[in-house]
Design a protein around this ligand. Structure first.
Ligand code: ZN
Ligand code: ZN
Ligand code: FE
Length: 755
């Protein structure tokens, strides 16, 4: 006989862990108890040695699907001769629990949902200990019903029985509910007045007729229209003031997805994951989806239903619904009921809503496949607030991110917690959302930060937000160093590395705009080893919105004053006077900052190929260029030059632009040109790494920055570097774009000793 005390840490609360332990202990004929602590779960078991061993082994192998065990610690105790196994009320320790993310409906609940004999038949709020809302409804810890937005619903007798029965799969399922005692659906018109009839059946009918319905999801409202109805999709675009950005779609299942998108085995697994992200899938031609859903884009953003309500809405009714976040462009997603009707009134015709409050917003996550695994492009619902294990413990830091795709990061010991996606911090609404998230996460995770990390840029709203932590020391972190540290941290890289950091814009240590950067360093510090040759941004931000300006700027760099006379259709679309004005701005340095941006080079090439002269969202031209390049065969590369200037490696694409322009003039297929450009960039980056390796002796490379969302470029560079003998690290858990930058800021600040 033997007795053991076991402490388990990780995501083990709110995922059905105690009931799992209870059932396992009984199966193994062990006595003892289990309880939640603020650190996780602790338990004692007593029984035969063989049974104890079997029990311990099964904890890891048979844990509930949502559980993530970060550590198990077991030690022997003296026998106490218990006779039974029981679940004790929560204990009170000093360390920390982890809150689990929101989760899709499990297969058991789904079966009941469509079983006419079940008492929860077609009940949109069905859930159990293995599934349902978590992060978005939790108001505090420990995770118990009174500290969720379900507190206001009193359990009926049947639900209470299930909730108290350790053998029931709804034992201690905090958000459990049924039609008798739980939340209810309602359908409102655009003024917030109730619509008569069954809310669900009416909604399906309205969507079929082409109406725009705001649907309350897990972390906020979606705007839904029938994805196959061109007129409805266009109307949604018009009302949402969203000209070209692709809309995500939701399909009831794989059969329907297969009608419009290609889906590999890996992708199918990701679609079905409990996180239910939006997955970027290659379009299948022809397809029944409206052309306006994702114009000029090779991919659809696709997700499967993530709530019982979605299943009920979609199954047998639609091939796909557009499900785009319920907001006006640039504003945070609407999640509170009182504001939703007000804010979305001009967009939605109807509101399919309910009375379970959302406490914390969480937008949909976006994932694409990279090198056979997931790459998060937006980390939010389903993943937040899962911890990311750091290479070492550090002091508690709050990092506030940059400007675009803003997200926070908080650290505790050796774990970092990224917040949900907040959005582009360019207005007071997103700033307020950032403030709320900071408060919520700190409370949920019980973190008292001792240092604040922020971007070096003095004018970002996030930098102003950092200043609000008046009594804490602040650590400014250079944008591209933060990107680099972010990729190193999630890969738990220790020691120095080469950073290939390619993005659109970041404030440099010399006050200029960086973006195509080759760094060398570690978490503590870095050196800029090389960069793209600087090019003029005629008109500053205007040049970011108008790739045609960048095309002219690059041509000016490559051809000098002959640029204005080049016989090149895209440049000819500029009026002569405009072209002369832009050239004068470049030559006389009028409102024309310099940048080493990589994003602007993509913009310039997209414009030279006549793809796009104006962009309505970040990365648009580059995405279209990538899509075009995927249609081109690999042939040969354009030339480029690397020169050493004052110890700095400068990567110059003037030769590339010259050769590329010649191709355009000779009428080479634009898919081939786009592909040659991608391959040139890969070779140039590999070359730069080779030179830095010679200088430093280090062959470890990390890849980060928004350009690595480009799969064609990222995969080719990754493979080429590996072939050349480099050890390569890329992102998976956090986005390579600015959505992942807070992680890097937090780690850099965590190992700096500020005054
Ligand atoms: Zn379930
Ligand atoms: Zn009930
Ligand atoms: Fe960036």
């Amino acid at each position: 006989m033997k007795r053991a005390r076991v402490e388990i840490e990780g995501i083990v609360q709110g995922v059905g862990f105690r009931p799992f332990i209870y059932r396992l202990a009984r199966e193994c004929r062990l006595a003892g108890w289990v309880r939640n602590t603020t650190a996780g779960v602790e338990l004692e078991v007593e029984g035969s040695e063989a049974a104890c061993d079997r029990f311990l082994a099964a904890i890891e192998t048979e844990a509930p699907p949502l559980a993530v065990i970060s550590s198990i610690h077991a030690e022997p105790l003296a026998l106490k001769h218990d006779h039974d196994f029981s679940i004790l009320p929560s204990g009170h320790g000093v360390s920390h629990a982890q809150v689990s993310p929101d989760c899709d409906v499990c297969t058991d609940c789904l079966r009941e949902l469509f079983d006419p004999r079940d008492r929860r038949y077609r009940y949109p709020f069905i859930n159990c200990t293995n599934c349902g809302p978590r992060y978005s409804i939790i108001t505090g810890i420990p995770y118990d019903r009174p500290l969720t937005t379900m507190a206001e619903f009193c359990l009926c007798d049947s639900c209470r029985e299930e909730y108290r029965d350790p053998a029931n799969r709804r034992f201690h399922a905090q958000p459990t509910a049924c039609p008798a005692c739980g939340p209810r659906l309602a359908l409102l018109d655009h003024q917030g007045e109730p619509v008569a009839g069954d809310p669900l059946a009416r909604s399906v009918q309205l969507l079929r007729e082409g109406s725009i319905v705001a649907v309350k999801g897990v972390g906020g409202y979606h705007l839904a229209v029938d994805a196959c109805n061109e007129a409805a999709v266009n109307e949604l675009r018009r009302r949402k003031k969203r000209d070209e950005k692709p809309f995500a779609v939701m399909s009831p299942g794989m059969n329907e997805v297969g009608r419009f998108a290609h889906c590999s085995k890996v992708e199918e697994r990701l679609l079905h994951g409990t996180e239910r992200p939006i997955l970027l899938l290659k379009k299948k031609e022809p397809h029944p989806i409206s052309a306006s859903v994702a114009p000029v884009n090779a991919y659809f953003g696709v997700m499967l239903p993530s709530t019982p309500l979605h299943h009920l809405l979609l199954r047998d009714n639609f091939t796909a619904l557009v499900m785009t976040s319920g907001n006006l462009s640039d504003e945070p997603i609407a999640y509170a009921d009182d504001e939703a009707v007000g804010r979305l009134a001009g967009i939605a015709d109807y509101f399919l809503t309910h009375d379970r409050r959302i406490h914390m917003r969480a937008d949909d996550s976006v994932v694409r496949v990279f090198q056979g695994g997931p790459l998060l492009l937006r980390r939010s619902r389903g993943y937040v607030p899962r911890g990311i294990l750091l290479p070492f413990p550090q002091k508690s830091v709050v990092a506030v991110g940059a400007e675009l795709k803003s997200a926070l990061c908080l650290t505790r010991d050796n774990t970092a917690f990224m917040s949900h996606h907040i959005g582009d911090l360019q207005n007071s609404a997103t700033l307020r959302s950032l403030e709320e998230s900071a408060v919520h996460l700190r409370r949920l995770l019980e973190i008292e930060p001792v240092t604040v990390a922020h971007d070096l840029h003095p004018d970002y709203l996030s930098t102003a937000f950092a200043e609000q932590f008046a009594d804490l020391p602040k650590v400014p972190v250079q944008h591209h160093h933060a990107h680099m540290a972010s990729c190193m941290a999630e890969n738990r890289v220790e020691g120095a590395a080469i950073g290939v950091i390619l993005d659109g814009t970041g404030f440099g240590t010399d006050g200029t705009v960086w973006g195509g950067e080759f760094l060398f360093g570690d978490y503590r510090s870095f050196r800029r080893m090389g960069h793209f040759r600087q090019v003029a941004l005629p008109g500053g931000d205007a040049a970011v919105r108008e790739p045609l300006r960048m095309a002219l700027s690059y041509c000016h760099q490559a051809f000098g004053n002959k640029a204005a006379e080049l016989s090149l259709a895209p440049l000819k679309t500029l009026k002569d006077s405009d072209r002369r004005l832009l050239v004068r701005m470049i030559e006389q340095d009028i409102n024309t900052p310099l940048t080493s941006s990589c994003g602007r080079l993509f913009d310039a090439v997209a414009a030279l190929l006549g793809l796009r002269f104006r962009v309505s969202y970040e990365g648009q031209a580059a995405m279209e260029l990538e899509a075009l390049a995927e249609t081109g065969e690999r042939t040969w590369n354009y030339p480029y030059a690397i020169v050493r200037r004052e110890g700095m490696l400068v990567l110059d694409f003037s030769l590339t632009i010259q050769a590329l322009v010649q191709d355009v003039q000779e009428g080479v297929l634009s898919g081939i040109i786009a592909r040659r450009f991608h391959d040139t960039l890969v070779s140039a980056a590999v070359d730069m790494c080779g030179k830095i390796k010679m200088d430093t002796g280090v062959s470890r490379v990390v890849l980060s920055g928004g350009v690595f969302q480009n799969r064609l470029f990222a995969e080719n560079l990754y493979e080429r570097l590996e072939t050349e003998g480099f050890t390569v690290f890329a992102h998976r858990l956090v986005p390579p774009n600015d959505g992942g930058i807070a992680l890097g800021q937090a780690v850099v600040a965590g190992c700096r000793d500020e005054a």
